[in-house]
Design a binder for this molecule. Structure first.
Ligand SMILES: [Zn+2]
Length: 379
């Protein structure tokens, strides 16, 4: 059964049987609602996101997998509350992106894609370069000149071509768009199948919590693929009668670059202009999210919201996570900072079931973490 794309901007529908990344009108495409699954459809012997294959809009079994998904959910104390931390940092390439990448790339292989390229500040680039290598596809990644060294090294080690672009993050995207005629633009921010992959986070949390949904989920958010994936996954579980209530979703942003939080604070349904400043949380320093309206709508529907954390709160959160045995990159540490704030101001009760998603591993950003924590050089 061929899946269908729908364009919310112009209303057009297109079969998902070819490599396309956006609508002819220029808008982002969505996959139409999926069939979901019931708990009996889970492949319990498969210790990866492929245990939920019955819910994925793919024709056959995966052609490439590195064992992505089925990441640990561990409980740690935070401000006196028992919090569930979801360790997406323990994915094959060290970030949550592998959920989206694995499902997107398997779809692209099914519809016969050739060489691919992508633009990324780091984690998505590492993920796509790694999975392209595993699939034997030629791959080129456009990165900002200022991209963290560890992430660029990770991309290069997979054999992908790295193109460093000077100027703004937008200049990097423009370079990738200009190359769209040469190879397929496998954009994690545009391609609907990336969200088809991130939706497995919803299934996993539901199953790991004993087939219950939590009260709250906090997610470091740039473009919002995890928020949209969670919304899609919980939608499907609701449709299939597996869950009766929905968790509140909180998109966590760095105050210095908070497009979604600015729109949220303004009560807007879409993008509002805001001043972007540098932040140590490079993975969520998104100036203009592609699906701003959809992310805001998902947050509103869930009863949650967008939270901007001050730059000064990120290092203490990173340190506290580290001392709890959770070594994460600064972007992921924003979840800890937001958690402190929402617990202290009473938005989240300490008796509620709360999940904080830790999106990226600390080993990706050791230079930055050394600066933040004042770690002296050895010797
Ligand atoms: Zn359209």
């Amino acid at each position: 059964m061929t899946a269908i794309y729908h364009c919310p901007a112009c209303g057009k529908t297109v079969p998902a049987d070819r490599p396309i990344w956006r609508c002819d009108c220029g808008g982002p495409l969505d996959l139409t609602p999926g069939q979901g699954l019931v708990r009996g459809d889970i492949d319990f012997g498969e210790a990866s996101l492929w245990r939920y294959r019955a819910a994925l809009a793919l024709d056959g079994p995966p052609r490439v997998s590195l064992g992505e998904g089925w990441t640990p959910l561990v409980i740690r104390r935070w401000e006196g509350a028992a919090i569930h931390f979801k360790l997406e940092s323990q994915m094959p390439t060290g970030s949550f992106k592998d959920r989206g990448t694995a499902v997107m790339l398997n779809h692209l292989l099914e519809v016969g894609v050739g060489p691919i390229h992508e633009d990324s500040s780091g984690n998505a680039g590492s993920s796509i370069a790694t999975y392209a290598a595993a699939a034997g596809l030629p791959c080129r990644i456009y990165v900002p000149e200022t991209a963290p060294r560890g992430k660029v090294v990770q991309i290069a080690a997979s054999g992908a071509e790295v193109r460093a672009i000077p100027g703004t993050r937008q200049a990097v995207t423009d370079a990738a768009l200009a190359a769209a005629g040469e190879s397929f633009y496998a954009s994690h921010n545009w391609h609907p199948y990336f969200i088809e992959g991130t939706k497995t986070l919803a299934y996993e949390l539901w199953e790991q919590l004993g087939f219950r949904v939590p009260d709250n989920i906090l997610v470091p958010t740039g473009y919002g693929s995890n928020i949209l994936g969670l919304d899609r996954g919980f939608d499907e579980l609701t449709q299939r009668g597996e869950i009766a209530n929905r968790p509140r979703l909180f998109a966590v942003q760095a105050e210095n670059c908070a497009a979604l939080a600015a729109a949220w604070a303004a009560g807007a349904a879409g993008y509002v202009p805001f001043a972007a400043r540098p932040t140590v949380a490079d993975g969520i320093a998104t100036v203009k999210p592609v699906r701003t309206e959809a992310v805001l709508a998902a947050l509103r529907r869930s009863g949650g919201g967008a939270v901007a954390v001050p730059e000064a709160d990120i290092a203490p959160a990173l340190a506290a996570l580290g001392r709890a045995g959770l070594f994460v990159e600064p972007t992921a540490a924003t979840a800890g900072a937001a958690l402190t704030r929402l617990l202290c101001d009473g938005t989240i009760g300490s008796n509620e079931t709360t999940v904080a998603v830790l999106t990226g591993h600390g080993l990706k950003a050791t230079d930055k973490i050394a600066d933040l924590l004042g770690v002296p050089a050895a010797g």
